[in-house]
Each structure stands twice: as C-alpha cells, then as structure tokens.
Design a protein around this ligand. Structure first.
Ligand SMILES: [Zn+2]
Ligand SMILES: [Zn+2]
Length: 495
C-alpha cells in the first residue's frame, strides 16, 4: 500500500461519475456519497461492487468526517460499517474505522452493552484455527492475543456502510466469525471471510476507557446521554419510558404484556407475554444508588429450572447504570440478593470442577438449564419466553462466579451478596423480606430452595381470591368465553 499523491487518490465514481477522493492512503474501498455504491480500489482502477442499503440510525459520538485525539495522537474517522447476526436475535451494531494520520495505522472502534473496544487487523493474516474447533467457552492460543476464551460464535452480515474502508465489505456479504476475550481486557474477532471480497482476518484489541479519547468538539467519547424518552405500546397505547434507547432491543409492556421490538420510529408488536405472577420488589422505573452507581430499574425477568421434576425459580432485576457502566443485574432467590456484575470472559479460567478469577479459586456448585418464564420491561437483547441457557455456578469465599452458555455465546459474571437493607436503602423502598426473618434457621443453606416466602403466601391468597371470583362468575352464567387472553405470540418462544 503506497501512499501515492492526491491525484492517484482521485478518480470518477465508476457508477455515477462523481469525483471520489481517497483521503486515507490505505483505503481499499469507499461508499460513493452520491450514488451509495461501494467502490473498490484495484490495480485496474475503481470497480463497482454493489449498492449499499440505507444506514440504520444508531446513535454515537463518532461520525465519519469527525476527528480528535486518542491519548494525544490525532485520529480521523474514515468509515463506518453496520452489521447484524444471521439467524440470531439481534439488532444491527456498528463499528467505526479510524485512522491515525501520523502513523497511517487504522483501528476499528465499537461500542457494545456499555463498553468500548478497539481492534486492529493483524497483518499479514495468520492461519485461523478451524471454525468447528470454536465453541463458546473454548480456550485457544492466538498470535498477538495469547490464550483467549471464545465468547461468541456465529455468522454476521454487512447491513450498511459509509466512508472509506480498509477492506471491501460487499453489501449483504455474510461471514462466519468468533469473538474472543482474554486477560486484561483483550478482545478480538476471528473473521472467516466470505470466500470472495472479504478475506479471513484476525482482529485483536482491547476494551478501553473512553476517557482516553477527546473529540475535536471538546466532548469526551460518550454515547449520547440516556434521556428518558417515551414510546407507546402498539397494543394498549400505554406510555413506556425508554431509558436506554441506544441499546434496547425488546420491550415487554408493563401494562398489557405485549412484546415489541424497538425499531426506527417506534415499537413493532410481536405477541403477548404472560404477566409475571408477582410484582417486582423494586418497581420498574425506580432510581437508586447502589454501591456508588446511579442505577434505574428497567427490566424484571423470572427464570426457573426443573431438577428431578421439581421447579425452582428466581427473580432477576435489570438495572441500567448509564452509558459508561451499562447494565447490572440483581438476582433474588429465597429472599437472598446478589449483585451480578459482568466479568470479561477472558478473565476467568475454567478447569472442570473449579474456576479461577484474579488469583482466587471458586468451586463448582451447580449447573442447571435456566429458562425465562416471565419478563417485563426494557431488555438489551431479543428476549423470548422459554429461552434457555446452561447456567453454571462456582462458589468462592467472596461470592459466586456465574457462567451462562448457549450454542452461540458465553456470558460470565460475578455475584456479590447484598442484604435486603441495602436494596431498601439504595431505592428508598421498604427493605424486601430477608431470609433471617422467616427461615427456621438463620444460617440455613442457600441450596435449600424450599420454604414459603411471604411473597408466595400473598400470591397464593391472591390466586385463591381470583379463583373464588372466577367460580362465582361461572355460577352466574359465565362470560362470553374470552378466556384469560394469555398466549405466546408468533416469533416468540422458539428460535
Ligand atoms: Zn457514485
Ligand atoms: Zn401495552
């Protein structure tokens, strides 16, 4: 890749004739601003590749044409690419291609679930491990990255793109890929290419603190503030506050249970979710400060599992902690609370019956098929009633290491015990029941999942009252047979 003169980098668009200028010497392609064709730079001059679809609106402080400083090094945003996952529930995401004019180096910058990542293509491309070796959770050795853990495997598709790009991502091209994570924030992608314009490549980088970037506008690298916006439920018209519009994928109406996808211009209804049989202790929309983080309660998920035919359930609260801290979970089981904080998969080493994190050892506790049974609120993934993951826990002196895995992905987190008083204080609510008050033995084992919590008692009383009313109603001649109206709509409850 020779720098060449500006003249070498200027030529008419082979599709519409407009003048295309390549600012970035290493660019291999450009999307023509005028006709929206991807144009490749080849030895034989500029070549049309294909028409690019409209860009999806994904808010970001970065934009093609903007620049700034990355730890005092000048950078310019040259291009942007938008991708989605094929055959998996996911909204598109985007990556920006930035160039450092002083060194000519190019980097990709991505923002996902509250975290920023940079990656750089390793050149020349090393031989990639065979795709079939890669399972979520598998550990492999990679050049420039070391020992890493595969965090996600799948196929991704080019949705749209703009500006100048260091490769030739043909519109609509699909490539198998695997994301990986390693110790100290190492992150990267194995891209297996599409067999045509996209060659197999290894991208290695890190999670980074957005504070090291300064934009020319003087603004820090921050995703636009999560203002509380409103959306209307397409079924009941109820007003649903949107706390994290940039990352929310699915909304379950708190009033009528309609499941909707968040699309441009509003919500698209998919079906109905059964209403959770209990009210969350922390109400949807409650704001609080939990262990120094400002959070807002945006989602409530009830999950459960069957062990030898016996049902065990627990409750999970999704908290949004703002654009830089992202999402945190609270989990409650038998009135015992845990603060669940994501841990990069690459930080955890698993070896059969134990796992290690930051030099500490955690022992295998249990592994169950955890299923989503009820959900309400605003979720950052395309949640479905009935979706399952293999949830494995490792117990240590200071908390539990949690590893959740499905066919495509592995997610790891650390569960810190919390008291009911802390929950009450954090959200300025009456403290939820604590196990000590009701358990026969205050120190009884948490694996003892039985026991009648006060919530369960209330639910049973409410169910009994409803049954009595229903029976009375039937005696009175019955209604028109409308039923309870609970069903799982199309597109929900199966992949
Ligand atoms: Zn053109
Ligand atoms: Zn509704």
């Amino acid at each position: 890749m020779t720098a060449g003169s500006v003249l070498d980098r200027q030529a008419p668009c082979p599709n519409c004739g407009a003048t295309l200028t390549f600012k970035f010497a290493g660019a291999r392609a450009q999307v023509c601003k005028y006709c929206k064709f991807l144009v490749a730079r080849t030895d034989r001059g500029l070549v049309r590749v294909g028409q690019v679809a409209d860009l999806v609106e994904i808010p970001s402080p970065l934009a093609v044409g903007r620049g700034g400083y990355w730890e005092r090094k000048r950078f310019e945003v040259e291009g942007r690419i938008q991708l989605d996952r094929v055959g998996a529930a996911s909204a598109p995401w985007q990556e920006f291609f930035i160039q450092l004019p002083d060194s000519g180096d190019g980097y990709w910058i991505a923002f996902a679930q509250g975290r920023w990542y940079w990656t750089k293509e390793i050149t020349p491309a090393p031989q990639l491990p065979p795709m079939q070796m890669l399972r979520p959770g598998a550990q492999i050795q990679l050049p420039a990255a070391g020992l890493v853990t595969i965090s996600e495997v799948g196929r991704r598709r080019i949705v749209s793109e703009e500006g100048e790009l260091p490769n030739v991502p043909a519109p609509g091209a699909i490539t198998p890929y695997a994301d990986f994570a390693g110790p100290n924030g190492v992150f990267g992608t194995l891209d297996y290419g599409d067999g045509q314009s996209i060659a197999p490549s290894l991208y290695v980088g890190r999670q980074f603190d957005p504070g090291v970037f300064k934009l020319d506008s003087g603004a820090p690298l921050e995703v636009p503030k999560a203002e509380v916006k409103e959306a209307s439920c397409p079924t009941c018209g109820g007003s649903l506050p949107l706390v994290a519009p940039g990352t929310t994928e699915r909304i379950v109406c708190r009033y009528c249970g309609t499941i909707s996808d968040l699309r441009q211009g509003g919500l698209a209804a998919l079906g109905q979710a059964p209403k959770p049989p209990i009210q969350p202790f922390i109400p949807l929309g409650a704001e609080g400060t939990l262990r120094g983080r400002k959070v807002i309660m945006i989602g409530f998920v009830m999950r459960g599992t069957f062990v030898e035919g016996e049902h065990y359930g627990w409750r999970e609260y999704l908290l949004y902690a703002g654009p830089s801290d992202g999402y945190i979970w609270l989990m409650e089981e038998d009135d015992r609370w845990q603060l669940v904080v994501p841990v990069p998969t690459g930080e955890i080493q698993m070896a059969g019956s134990f796992a290690t994190l930051a030099g500490k050892t955690y022992n295998f506790k249990q592994s169950v098929q955890a299923q989503v049974e009820y959900v309400v609120g605003e979720l950052y993934w395309k949640v479905e009633i009935g979706e399952t993951v293999q949830a494995t826990e490792f117990q240590g002196p200071d908390g539990i290491l949690s590893v959740e895995r499905d066919a495509n992905e592995v997610n790891t987190s650390f569960c810190h015990p919390l008291t009911a008083q802390e929950i009450g204080q954090a959200f300025n609510i009456a403290p939820p029941p604590s196990p000590g008050l009701f358990a026969a033995e205050p120190g009884s084992s948490s694996s003892e999942r039985r026991g009648c919590s006060p919530v369960l008692v209330i639910v049973l009383i409410v169910v009994a009252i409803i049954l009595l009313i229903l029976i009375a109603d039937c005696d009175g001649g019955g209604s028109s047979g409308g039923g309870s109206g609970i069903y799982i709509g199309p597109g929900i409850g199966g992949k």
